[in-house]
Write a new protein. Structure first.
Length: 283
């Protein structure tokens, strides 16, 4: 049977991808950001998954205002890195696990969670940056070390799903993965965040105290984290802080009690904070 072994929460700051792609990660500004992922990259080598179920949000590349699904599951054989205005990132094409993705779609929809099925979808920095920080530089003509099933969540156009809805969806995804008959090591990534606002009077907002409490709660008190309202996210973490609901899909897919094996938090990276957790299931 397939088994969810761990969850990873990680910010997907686009400038991190630019720093890696342009070879400036050793500059003083970026060194502390990437220092926090040294443990993570070794951990990924030591615990390499067969499949990553990666929860992220699209930044108007696969979707635009004409079509904004709340939850969109990638069921294609592969997903091409998107051109976000300056050419695609020089990273490999993302290969999917179609059989497991189809199984998850069937299980979750019959579990009464509505998903949009995507049989064709480009993926942007929301997906590729987390892969890069966790695996390190991978030549674009090579392959990522594992297969990926993407789940795009709408946190761009109001209304976004609630944290509780995301947490419960994670539980449904866990039930789906547990029922898949092939022996697979599956990890679940929740990406985005942390506190940040990109526009208007509060542009540049970072609430480190709130962010660190959220890291604590996602790790050890996820039900509390799942009850945070949209209004609190907006007030305390800025207009883009709502991305953190995606971490709750990941957390819902894990055991109730987990072991936190790594944490990283750094301000600033571009105009936001970088947050990162590695959580292992007990069994």
């Amino acid at each position: 049977m397939a088994k969810v072994t761990a969850g990873v929460a990680v910010s997907h700051v686009p400038a991190i991808g630019v720093a890696m792609d342009t070879g400036i990660t050793e500059q003083p500004y970026w060194q502390p950001v990437f220092k926090g992922f040294e443990f993570s990259r070794q951990w990924m080598k030591d615990n390499k998954p067969d499949v990553i179920f990666l929860v992220y949000n699209d930044h108007c590349t696969a979707f635009d205002a004409s079509c904004i699904p709340t939850f969109a599951l990638g069921c294609a054989a592969e997903f091409t890195p998107a051109d976000e205005g300056w050419g695609p990132r020089p990273v490999p094409v993302v290969k999917g696990h179609q059989k497991l993705a189809s199984h998850i779609a069937q299980s979750v929809i019959l579990d009464e969670f509505d998903l949009t099925i995507m049989n064709e979808m480009d993926v942007d920095h929301g997906l590729t940056v987390p892969m890069s920080v966790m695996f390190g530089e991978v030549d674009k003509d090579a392959e990522w070390p594992c297969l990926v099933i993407p789940l795009a969540v709408n946190v761009v156009q109001y209304p976004a799903p609630t944290g509780n809805r995301c947490y419960q969806l994670g539980k449904a995804i866990r039930r789906a993965i547990d029922s898949y008959p092939e022996d697979l090591n599956v990890m679940v990534f929740g990406t985005g965040g942390m506190s940040h606002q990109l526009q208007a009077e509060r542009a540049g907002l970072i609430n480190a105290e709130w962010d660190k409490q959220f890291l604590d709660d996602v790790s050890q008190n996820p039900v509390k984290a799942s009850q945070i309202t949209h209004l609190e996210y907006l007030r305390e973490t800025g207009s883009e802080g709502i991305e953190m609901v995606m971490w709750l899909v990941m957390r819902g897919a894990l055991d109730e009690k987990v072991t936190e094996v790594h944490r990283h938090y750094h301000v600033p990276a571009s105009n936001t904070a970088v947050g990162h957790l590695i959580l292992e299931n007990h069994d």
